[in-house]
Design a protein around this ligand. Structure first.
Ligand code: MN
Ligand code: MN
Length: 266
């Protein structure tokens, strides 16, 4: 479905529906982030955007059963960016090949950085792989996309995602004004009726992220802004490298075993 002229909203709705048909839940809204946008975009309610020739399209999918999460991403190239995609793909494969008990986390970062830089790109330094826990998407260990000092040792039973991003830009992402994804991070009494209604709708998420398009209440913008300002809801703005740059991403979720690794999303 990701081809020039195809609708972003159609892809998001179809894939989210496919997940629900299996009986699993979405760990977060399907992320589709274009070109310099690295992460955290998804379709808005009346999203009219279509894919264009030349787009670099990141598709990031998180699924859970009873809170146990699989997080995976791939990139679709509608242009001529094969080497950029190869960089993040090879970085992911190279890091996964290293995973077993006793390996240092920084060795994974070093492998990722090398695969990306030898192809002439930069890793995104301020996005990382991350541990996964029940109903929690970001726990230790952090898996840097470059050789970072510190970091611990891999141990049997660890569950984490590795997600290299390769970029033609600066190697750092910053917040854009666009925000489509949120999560509940606190519990407090709320007076505003639409905000209370919104919290009722997201209660079953148990803190997992939700999309603006999933919570259709009156005065939605005001309700969300109120909840964010009170520290009850957190906003996840779209994260982008510099305008005109291109970012690719590949991601898998892994379990470290006694003698190696299980890739749960392969
Ligand atoms: Mn992901
Ligand atoms: Mn992830």
């Amino acid at each position: 479905m990701i081809k020039p002229g195809g609708s972003i909203r159609d892809v998001v709705e179809e894939i989210e529906e496919m997940v629900h048909m299996t009986g699993a839940g979405l760990a977060f809204p399907l992320n589709i982030s274009l070109n310099e946008d690295a992460a955290h975009d998804t379709a808005s309610l009346d999203d009219g955007r279509v894919f264009a020739q030349g787009d670099v399209v990141k598709l990031d999918l998180g699924v859970h059963i009873d809170g146990y999460i699989a997080d995976t991403a791939t990139t679709v190239d509608l242009g001529d960016n094969g080497l950029l995609l190869e960089a993040s793909q090879s970085a992911l494969e190279s890091a996964i090949r290293l995973v077993k008990p006793g390996v240092m986390v920084r060795d994974l970062g070093e492998a990722i950085q090398k695969e990306i830089e030898t192809r002439g790109f930069r890793p995104v330094m301020n996005l990382t792989g991350h541990g996964l826990d029940r109903y929690t998407i970001h726990t230790p260990p952090t898996i840097p996309n470059f050789l970072a000092p510190g970091g611990g040792k891999l141990e049997p039973g660890m569950v984490f995602a590795i997600e290299p991003f390769a970029t033609t830009g600066s190697g750092r992402v910053t917040d854009k004004a666009r925000v489509e994804i949120f999560s509940q991070v606190g519990i407090k009494p709320v007076r505003l009726a639409p905000a209370r209604k919104l919290l009722d709708l997201v209660r079953e998420r148990r803190g997992l992220p939700f999309a603006r398009r999933w919570v259709q209440v009156e005065k939605q913008d005001f309700a969300l802004a109120t909840l964010v300002s009170q520290g009850i809801v957190r906003a996840y703005p779209v994260l982008a490298d510099i305008p005109g740059s291109l970012v690719s991403q590949h991601e898998h979720t892994l379990i470290v075993t006694e003698d190696g690794v299980i890739v749960t999303t392969a």
